[in-house]
Design a protein around this ligand. Structure first.
Ligand SMILES: *Cc1c(COP(=O)(O)O)cnc(C)c1O
Length: 390
């Protein structure tokens, strides 16, 4: 059961890292390496869960909720099916719905805007501020209005938003602050508190590429507020207030399954050390960083370096040169939300100069805990070569 493919086994036996060996290419990410490191423990989880016969909301799920709540320093964690649902359920639980406005960034992949659209709320985009490309109290102040019910702050690329200053703007106006922690689990703010404990509610995704990734989809909502927690726990399961009693609307089915919860419990124990490795990789890139590239992802605390993002006005040229040197890159994200055909058009006319400039300039370098030191060095050297004038 669940053995790695035989090719991976034989390469491992030879002491090489699957995906790195032979190809000469440094990928942006390679999730399989992480699984191979934990394969025996993962097999134990599969055996335990499958033989127990509880596959949804069983003991692994309940233990994971408690362990994540303790890790974050919050009173409640509710497991859900994915990060997008965690945003939807957080928005519903703080009272958003048709007629309310939700302020979001437009450079964060569209997830918050999609969540607002799903519940009939209207999206208002706020610009982000360089160098970290995050929302700030100042950019949010320009976007909130009398109908604003919530602000979603995304800790983009693993960088930490100054949530406290945003709470200072929001709370006197009765606006809820929801953290999107999908890219920043484990990060701490300058006061030492974990992201996910800084606003009214927080959404997490355990999509496989995230810093804490499942072997499929998963998500969670964290909160200190008993009423928000009750609402999420009810809405994630049909709106039940008791078994077969639909006491709340609009309910849905959004549960975290038992296998994923068991795997996530393993990952949570390793999260801080894996995040340290990510920061270390970005630190080494910075060390060898040539002029002409500006770092968006921080190397020290508080970033957890979900993605190693740099920016340059010559992005297309630099990416092509890196590709020639065997270093793959990506762009997170090429199209800002307010220019996406499938996202609700912005409510008010939107002026987002920093967001639009960033979308033209950002690029993502390889960064994942399973990278070898040799690969990290190769990326550093390739950056130097790619940025030399032709
Ligand atoms: C991945 C991600 C999400 C969505 O999570 P899913 O589990 O894929 O639904 C939301 N917000 C951000 C910032 C993300 O990176």
């Amino acid at each position: 059961m669940a053995r790695p493919p035989s090719g991976a086994r034989s390469r491992r036996a030879a002491g090489a890292i699957p995906g790195a060996a032979g190809s000469g290419v440094v990928p942006v990410n390679d999730l399989g390496r992480g699984w191979i490191a934990t394969a025996p423990e993962v097999r134990d989880v599969l055996d335990r869960v499958l033989s127990r016969g509880r596959y949804v909301q069983g003991p692994e799920h309940d233990a994971f909720e408690l362990e994540l709540a303790a890790f974050l320093g919050v009173r409640h964690v509710a497991g859900v099916a994915c990060g997008t649902d965690a945003l939807v359920l957080s928005l519903l639980a703080v009272g958003c719905g048709p007629g309310s406005e939700v302020v979001v960034a437009a450079n964060a992949g569209g997830y918050a805007a999609l969540a607002a659209a799903q519940i009939g709320a209207r999206t208002v985009y706020a610009d982000v501020a360089p160098p970290a490309l995050l929302l700030t109290a100042e950019t949010i102040s320009r976007a909130v209005g009398p109908a604003t019910t919530a602000v979603v702050v995304t800790h983009l690329y693993g960088n930490v938003v100054d949530v406290a200053s945003i709470v200072d703007v929001a709370r006197p106006r009765g606006i809820a602050v929801i953290e999107d922690c999908a890219q920043a689990i484990g990060a701490v703010d300058p006061s030492g508190r974990r992201v996910g404990s800084l606003g009214d509610a927080a959404a997490f995704s355990f999509y496989p590429t995230k810093n804490l990734g499942a072997a499929g989809d998963g998500g969670a909502v964290a909160t200190d507020d008993d009423r928000i927690a009750d609402a999420v726990r009810s809405l994630r399961q049909y709106g039940w207030t008791a078994r077969y009693t639909v006491g709340r609307a609009p309910g849905r089915n959004s549960r975290l399954d038992e296998l994923q919860a068991g795997i996530l419990r393993l990952g949570l124990r390793r999260l801080d050390s894996l995040n340290a490795r990510r920061r270390d990789i970005v630190g080494r890139y910075r060390h060898s960083m040539p002029k002409g590239l500006e770092f968006v992802t921080g190397a020290g605390c508080p970033s957890v370096a979900h993605l190693a993002v740099v920016r340059t006005p010559d992005r297309a040229v630099v990416r092509a040169r890196l590709d020639d040197l065997g270093v793959r890159t990506d762009v997170h994200y090429p199209i800002p939300d307010h220019m996406q055909a499938g996202l609700a058009s912005p409510l008010r006319s939107t002026d987002l100069p920093e967001t639009e400039r960033a979308a033209r300039e950002v690029m993502t370098l390889p960064c994942f805990p399973g990278m070898t030191d040799e690969e990290v060095e190769r990326v550093g050297a390739a950056l130097g070569a790619a940025l030399l004038d032709p």
